[in-house]
Structure formats: structure tokens, C-alpha cells
Design a protein around this ligand. Structure first.
Ligand SMILES: [Ca+2]
Length: 306
């Protein structure tokens, strides 16, 4: 019932072996340098928002656009539910959480610590909030909207999540297809589970994707709004998933050893009442008056996708 890779029958048999150099001291030194270089080279539109209780949350502006959702049949480590690939238009821009929702943010808003005393989690403010069900996250969002006196926060759709995580890329990960680089971007087997660090790590300590979002690969799964269902091959505008279902989609993989789950196209799912060490969240803050995709280009995109 929980969206662990075991439920998904994920294994790493089809993926390359873990790089031996994944946890070298040199790499640990290089990451802060690379992070400084990456953020210096980007003109990223970011905001910091105050939450109830005094914590803050950082968001990155995501522009509307189009992308190819899912994975090609030739992608290494893929699952059938990632296809058929199809063109998706995200017609409205939005702000997306720069980081996974943290324990400090959760406690500030909810005044609870559901992870305390549970397994596979460290009780520290900068670590991702886990043991939060899909419904718990809706309650968190409701409190934010009440605080703002308008409906501005919500979960991302599955399409919005993948669009933002891919950040214009088409490979296995947002940095490309080189597994040697994965531990620079993702907490997973070699830098987490396999060395006994079996918990979500402090958010934002590894490299971001090209649009400035951290931990879209690994660390903790992230709830999306959609029910899990099969993809259609047809081009779609702002798809929102099936009307009903049994489980909600989670994206991004987590700190376990299963490489396949960290790919941009990977689709996990969980019972919306389930609470688990591997699942957290990342929120959307809506924008007003954002520029939609030029409607004339929709026809062109649809045509080219066929
Ligand atoms: Ca994540």
C-alpha cells in the first residue's frame, strides 16, 4: 500500500552498478563549489514566503511550456506505465517548492511532529517531513490558504511535477544519463541507504536541476495531486489524471538503493491515507496573471506530436 520501490517491483538489475567513487571525500568538497557555480550562473525567479508559525518556504517560478512526458521504450530501467510518451502542454506558470517540505515548515504550520519516534527518519528541522499522508498534506495546504485568505497553495499535478523536474531535459535524469553523477544530485543508495544513512537527508544539500529545484531525484518521494492511471498517447493540455483511482502518484524516488525510481519518468504511487518514511511533499503556489502559452502554438504542438 505504500509507494516503496518494493511495491513497484523496482529492482536495479537493469541499471548500471553504483559508482565506486560515489562517496569520496573529494566529491564531498566539490558539491558546495558546484552548487555555488550553478546558482551564480542562473537568473532564477525565486520568492520566499512566510508560513503560519513563522517558518518560511522558498519557491521557484516555473514558466508555462511543453514537454514530452514519460519515457521511450528504449530507456534503461523503465517501467511500462511510463508510456506511451506524449506531448503535454503546461498552459499556466506557477511557483514550485525549491525544496521538499521540511520538518520545520510542517511543525510551524501544523504544530505536530508525526515522524517523531518512527523508523528511518532523523528528527531534525532541515530534513524533509515524512509520515505525512496525502490527506495530511491537504490539511497543511488548507491551513496555508486560510492564512493567505485565498486559495493559492496546492499539490502539483503529476504533469506539473515532471515538467518542472525535467526542466527541459529528456534523459533519465535532469542532469543527463550518466549514473556517475547521480550522487551529486540525489540521495539514494550509495550516499544514503547503502552506507547506513537510511533517512531523508537535509533538503538542498545536493545540486539542483537546471531550473533550481533540489532533490527532485531521490531523498523522499513527493505526493502529487493525481490518481495513478495509464497514459494516453494523445497530446494533452494541463492533464490532471483519472477521475478516480486507488492510489495517488508520487514522484522522484527516495533514499533507498533503487536507481530506477529516481529517474524523471518514474511513477510511484501510494494509498492517500498511508504514512511512510519514504514519502514527503513539495507544494505549488499559484501565480496570478501569468502568461499562458500562445494558443496558436498549441495546434502546432499537437500536430507535431502526432
Ligand atoms: Ca525528492
Amino acid at each position: 500500500m505504500f509507494p516503496s520501490p518494493r511495491d513497484l517491483k523496482i529492482d536495479s538489475a537493469e541499471m548500471p552498478p553504483e559508482p565506486a567513487s560515489a562517496h569520496s571525500p573529494l566529491r564531498a568538497l566539490l558539491i558546495p563549489l558546484l552548487m555555488a557555480w550553478t546558482s551564480a550562473g542562473h537568473a532564477v525567479d525565486e520568492i520566499s514566503v512566510e508560513l503560519p508559525g513563522g517558518a518560511t518556504m522558498e519557491f521557484v517560478r516555473i514558466q508555462p511550456g511543453t514537454f514530452l512526458r514519460g519515457s521511450p521504450e528504449t530507456e534503461i530501467g523503465r517501467f511500462d506505465i511510463e508510456g506511451p510518451q506524449h506531448q503535454v502542454i503546461i498552459s499556466q506558470g506557477f511557483y514550485f517548492g525549491k525544496y521538499e517540505l521540511t520538518q520545520a515548515q510542517w511543525e510551524s504550520v501544523m504544530e505536530t511532529r508525526p515522524w517523531t519516534g518512527e523508523q528511518y527518519v532523523l528528527d531534525r528541522p532541515e530534513h524533509p517531513a515524512v509520515y505525512i499522508s496525502w490527506f495530511d498534506v491537504l490539511e497543511f495546504i488548507e491551513r496555508l490558504n486560510q492564512f493567505e485568505q485565498r486559495t493559492i497553495y496546492r499539490l502539483p499535478t503529476e504533469a506539473e511535477w515532471e515538467y518542472a523536474a525535467r526542466a527541459g531535459t529528456t534523459g533519465l535524469w535532469s542532469f543527463g544519463d550518466d549514473i556517475e553523477q547521480l550522487t551529486d544530485y540525489a540521495w539514494y543508495g550509495p550516499n544514503a541507504w547503502s552506507i547506513g544513512e537510511r533517512y531523508g537527508h537535509p533538503v538542498g544539500t545536493l545540486l539542483p536541476n537546471p531550473w533550481g529545484l533540489h532533490d527532485v531525484h531521490g531523498n523522499v518521494w513527493e505526493w502529487t495531486r493525481d490518481w495513478l492511471g495509464p497514459y494516453s498517447a494523445e497530446p494533452q493540455i494541463d492533464p490532471a489524471g483519472p477521475e478516480t483511482g486507488r492510489s495517488r502518484v508520487v514522484k522522484g524516488g527516495y533514499f533507498d538503493v533503487f536507481v530506477r525510481a529516481t529517474r524523471s519518468a518514474a511513477r510511484g504511487s501510494g494509498n492517500p491515507v498511508g504514512r511512510d518514511y519514504s514519502v514527503g511533499a513539495r507544494l505549488v503556489r499559484e501565480t496570478s496573471g501569468d502568461t499562458a502559452v500562445d494558443p496558436q502554438s498549441w495546434g502546432h504542438l499537437k500536430k507535431s506530436a502526432r
